[in-house]
Design a binder for this molecule. Sequence first.
Ligand code: ZN
Length: 406
Amino acid sequence: MKFPVEQILNLPDMKVLDFQEIEGGEIIITIEKDVKYSTCPHCGKPTYSIHQSHWRMIHDLPWNKKPVLLRMNRRQFKCHKCKKVFSEQLDFIDKSTCYTKRLALDIVEQVLNSNVHSVAKRNGLSDDEVESMLKKQVSQILNINLSQVRRIGIDEIALVKGQGNYLAVIVDLDTRKPIEIVCSRRIEDIREVLIGWGVEVLERIEEVSIDLWKAYKNLVEELMPNANITADRFHVMKQVNEELDSMRKAEKKAAMSLEDKSEKAHKLEALSKSKYSLLKNQDDLNEKQKDKLESVLKVSPKLGKMHELKEKFRDIFQTTTSWGDSITKLLDWMCESESYFPKSLGTIVRWFGEIVGYFDGRTTSGVVEGINNKLKLIKRLGYGFRNFSNFRLRSLLNWHFNVNAP
Ligand SMILES: [Zn+2]
C-alpha cells in the first residue's frame, strides 16, 4: 500500500519518507529509493553496502502552483567485488543537476512561449538555472540530428532590416528546419561552428546550397570535401529581379526629363507604382495588377522584353525536370538576355556549375524565407541581440523541441 503522496509524485522507484508544507512557501518531500541495494555499473554485481548518504535538494514540478523541492538521498554504494564506490542510478534526474528531467522539459516549454527571466521568476529558479535547462535540451537535440544531416543550406538573414545585424542560418534541407544559427555572417564565425560539428559529420554532407557568395563556396570546399555545391535558385532569381527593377527606375527617370508634357504625364502615369506588377510572378497577379503591367509594357518595350525574360527564367527553374534540358534552356536564355541582363548574366556565368547543380537535386533553401519570419517573431517575444546565446537556443528549440522530447 503506497502513501497517496507517492501516487501524485509518480516516481515509481522512490518512497516518501516525509512531507512538509511550509506556510506560504514551498513543499518539501523527502524521498529515497525504494530498494536497499544497487547494481555496480562497473562489474554488474548487486551490493547492499552503503558507503555514504548524500542528501540533496532537487527542484520538481510544482503542485497547485506551489514550488516543490525533493529532499533526496542519493546513496553511494560500495561494490565488494571490484571495490569501487558508485552513486546509485536515478532515471528521473541527470547527474549533477538540481532539478528533475520532467521539470526541465516543462520549463523549456514555458520558455518557448515567454522568456527566460519571467519563467525563472515564476518558478522560483535563477536565470542561470533556466538557461542551463535550455542548453541541455539543445545539446541533446543537436547531437541527435547532426548524424542524420546530408543536405544543408547556408543562408543569411537580417532580423532588423537595414541595421546590418546579419545572422547565418544553417538549414537541414531534408527536414526543412534550422540546425544552427550563427551570431554573424562572418566566415570565421561560420567556420568555427561547422568545425565544431566534427569531421565525421562534415564528411557525410552530400550537398550544400549556398547563395552567390564566393566566401561560402570556399568554406564548403574546405570543410565538406564530399559535398556538391549548388546555388540557391532564389538568389539567382533575386538578382534578375533587381536588375529588372533598376531598369524600371531608369525608365522612370528618363520619363521625368521628357520635354513633351503630355507624353511625360502619360509615361509617368503608366510607370508609377508598377514595381509589384513587374516583379511579382505573372500568374499571381490580380486583375488590377495585370492592367498595370499592360500599361507599363505599352510605354516601355524594353521593360516589356525584360519582364518576358524574367518570367522565362523563372519558368526554366519551375518546370524543367531534366538536367540536360536545363542546361540547353539556360544557355538559350543567356543568349537572348545578353543586352538586357548583363549583371545577372555575369553571375550566372561565374556560378554556372552550381546553378545547374540545382537541377540535380532541385535543392533550394527557399525554406529559409519562412524560418526568417519565425525568427523575427521569436525575437519580438523577448530576445534582443544583446543575448545572442539565449536567442539561438530559444530559436532552435522552437523547431526541435516537440519532435525530440522524450
Ligand atoms: Zn563492482
